[in-house]
Design a protein around this ligand. Structure first.
Ligand SMILES: *Cc1c(COP(=O)(O)O)cnc(C)c1O
Length: 410
């Protein structure tokens, strides 16, 4: 995994160069586009700091990234910044997810939810187109710890959903529940499965064992395709692990979701969908006649500034800088875990993730509330409280949480 780190000067050159290649509404005789730069009464385009602020300049220039820019020719008006998005998709697929020389498709979605819906929609269309399958013959399988975007997608796309169980302590998907789901689904006429694997669940930071799960599915001789939900873990886990099971080196994987606006600290609106070549086409909306290159995405118009924000963060750190940042967060998480161990407090933590989920009986609701720990359920049946060691989590805050925890336990 490698991508180069750029200086601020180089980043400015690339972004301003791309904006220059885009259409400038002030200079070209633009009569047909239903779009313009941001309102100048409200968003001043002549503020002096803008010349040093490539992201804000991109926001104000307001390029539209409608469509998919890894596929074919797209709207020439914004070609400059479309190329930045293409480079971003290439780095994510080829470097973070070890795709090597292979080519991939993808786009910057509104978030992890959209990227997951896009993934399930594409695989649904694949089974409908290639196998003549009906929606009720295509099931989505995911674990009880999976994100709620999976039931959302299943309902939206009218697909039956089967939810596997996890072990209460290890948070591992059980073989028995995979078998149960598959046999129930098969009995109801399901012929194809869309399997969603968590590359870190939101609540536990648990990562599904893809090798084990796909082996069980192979034993059952079912037809399936795999999507990986890396909305939370996508910018952490690949930088912490040496395993390649959850990369494009694994031929069983079709697509990935990752989210810039979780760990990467990019603005909201920065989900990413990545897929192997040959699948994006299943989401083609033939009727998108006014869009050059047509549309293959769930969303329509979307801001090019979002792609630029993710690209800028990844280029500022480079792969080595990002790895170092993740190592720092993981070390801080490990220190919290040894402090909990000393106190005999039970928790779940995946050593390759920055989430610590504590059994609720060890923390009073008042203390959890004060430190804004997130419960697994709202209301009375809280079983777990979650700590996420994000960039803003200072050692001092962890220490005062622990001393208040000690005070309430005596
Ligand atoms: C946050 C999250 C999502 C959804 O992401 P949004 O960007 O909020 O739409 C999906 N999956 C997982 C595992 C997440 O943590």
């Amino acid at each position: 995994m490698y991508w180069e780190s750029y200086s601020h000067k180089k980043i400015k050159e690339v972004v301003f160069g791309a904006l220059e290649q885009n259409l400038d509404y002030r200079e070209k005789p633009v009569l047909g586009l239903p779009a313009s730069y941001l309102d100048t009464e409200v968003f001043y385009d002549d503020a002096p700091f803008l010349k040093d602020a490539p992201f804000l300049s991109a926001l104000i220039a307001n390029p539209n990234h409608i469509g998919c820019h890894t596929l074919n020719e797209s709207e020439a008006a914004f070609e400059g910044t479309h190329k930045i998005e293409k480079e971003l998709i290439d780095i994510c697929a080829q470097q973070i997810f070890e795709g090597g020389e292979e080519q991939f498709d993808g786009y910057v979605a509104s978030g992890g939810t959209e990227a997951n819906i896009q993934a399930i929609w594409i695989l649904k269309r694949y089974y409908e187109t290639e196998f003549g399958a009906k929606p009720e013959e295509i099931a989505v399988i995911y674990s009880e710890d999976a994100h709620y975007s999976m039931p959302k997608a299943s309902k939206l796309l009218s697909l039956p959903a089967y939810v596997t169980k996890v072990d209460d302590s290890t948070r591992k998907v059980t073989r028995e529940s995979i078998y149960n789901c598959v046999s129930k689904a098969t009995a109801s006429g399901v012929k194809h499965f869309i399997v969603v694997i968590n590359m870190s669940t939101t609540m536990f930071g648990s990562v599904d064992d893809i090798d084990e799960i796909t082996r069980w599915l192979d034993d059952l001789k079912v037809d399936y395709k795999v999507h990986i939900d890396g909305a939370f873990g996508g910018y952490i886990y690949p930088f912490a692990t040496t395993s390649t099971s959850l990369t494009f080196k694994n031929p069983k994987i079709n697509s990935f979701t990752l989210d810039g606006h979780k760990m990467l600290q990019s603005p909201y609106g920065t989900g990413i969908y990545l897929t192997r070549k040959g699948f994006m086409e299943y989401a083609l909306t033939e009727e998108a006649n006014y869009v050059k290159g047509k549309d293959y995405t769930l969303v329509g118009s979307r801001s090019g500034a979002n792609a630029i924000a993710i690209w800028m963060i990844m280029r500022t750190y480079g792969s080595d800088g990002w790895k170092a940042k993740i190592q720092r967060l993981l070390a801080k998480t490990s220190r919290l875990c040894s402090d909990l161990d000393e106190r005999g407090i039970e928790y779940f933590r995946n050593p390759e993730m920055n989430i610590v989920t504590i059994r609720s009986r060890y923390v009073s609701p008042e203390l959890a509330d004060k430190y804004m720990l997130v419960p697994d359920a709202h209301g009375n049946d809280v079983k777990w409280w979650k700590i996420v060691v994000m960039d803003h989590v200072k050692q001092g805050t962890i220490d005062s949480f622990l001393s208040e925890l000690d005070a309430e336990r005596v």
